[in-house]
Ligand binder design. Structure first.
Ligand code: PEP
Length: 254
């Protein structure tokens, strides 16, 4: 069964007072009752989110982790440390980390391994640029990103991953992939996972890229879209809950 999953990626936003208002707004809502919902705050606010969401069904994830477990790696945060604090998910390979912080497929694969070792669920982001889509290379790009992780961790481990298809041209731009475009790529990803030996029918594939209250329902109606990774709209209670409500109204795939 693939229960819908909505994850808010707060990126580099937040402050104690703002977070509290957002978290209290989310925790009191019935919009999150029938789905899996999570927030991914910046590291310093992780504990605040865990505490304010304690006793609710909303879980907390991280936006990144170290590929290393411990040692002389200044500035790094290990998966085991996050797990200690109650972390459930970790976003890995977001296009902003790939583009702005030079994360290669090899680094992404190592981080997926580190997350699984720590008992966290990796939310593995893949997606093509506008130029790559326009030149017809979108599927090849996404396939290469997935295969790099597969080569490093194998099919069994990949079965424990959530995949987030996030076309780079749709992130933070207000441009959303059409439901057809997104569904077509999600089906491509599922078929590819199946071909390489992953039990793909059980893998949740999220769509990310300017998801909001107005477009979420149509996206969630698509058969292979199992939820969303949400950036901008996850910073407002109403926007995030409207997306969760749309996910609740969509069919869970048995
Ligand atoms: C994201 O950063 O993962 C994202 C999807 O951002 P936005 O919803 O703002 O496009």
């Amino acid at each position: 069964m693939r229960k819908k999953l909505v994850i808010g990626n707060w990126k580099l936003h937040g402050g104690l007072a703002r977070n509290e208002a957002l978290l209290l707004g989310i925790r009191g809502s019935d919009a999150v009752a029938r789905i899996d919902a999570a927030v991914c705050p910046p590291f310093p606010y992780f504990q605040q989110a865990v505490e304010l969401l304690r006793g609710t069904s909303v879980t907390v994830g991280a936006q990144d982790l170290s590929a290393y477990r411990e040692g002389a790696y200044t500035g790094e945060v290990a998966g085991e440390m996050l797990a200690d604090l109650g972390c459930r998910w970790v976003i890995i390979g977001h296009s902003e980390r790939r583009q702005l912080f030079g994360e290669t497929d090899a680094v992404v694969a190592a981080k997926v391994g580190a997350a699984l070792r720590a008992g966290l669920v990796p939310v593995l982001c893949v997606g093509e640029s506008r130029e790559q889509r326009e030149s017809g290379a979108a599927e090849a790009v996404v396939a290469a990103q997935l295969e790099a992780v597969f080569s490093a961790v194998g099919a069994k481990a990949l079965s424990g991953v959530v995949v987030a298809y996030e076309p780079i041209w749709a992130i933070g731009t207000g441009l959303t992939a059409t439901p057809d475009q997104a569904q077509s790529m999600h089906l491509f990803i599922r078929n590819l996972l199946q071909r390489i030996g992953v039990d793909a029918m059980g893998v949740r594939i999220l769509y990310g890229g300017s998801v909001n209250a107005g477009n979420a329902a149509r996206l969630f109606d698509e058969k292979d879209i199992d939820g969303a990774l949400v950036g901008g709209a996850s910073l407002q209670v109403d926007g995030f809950l409207a997306i969760c409500r749309a996910a609740s109204a969509a069919v869970t795939i048995e």
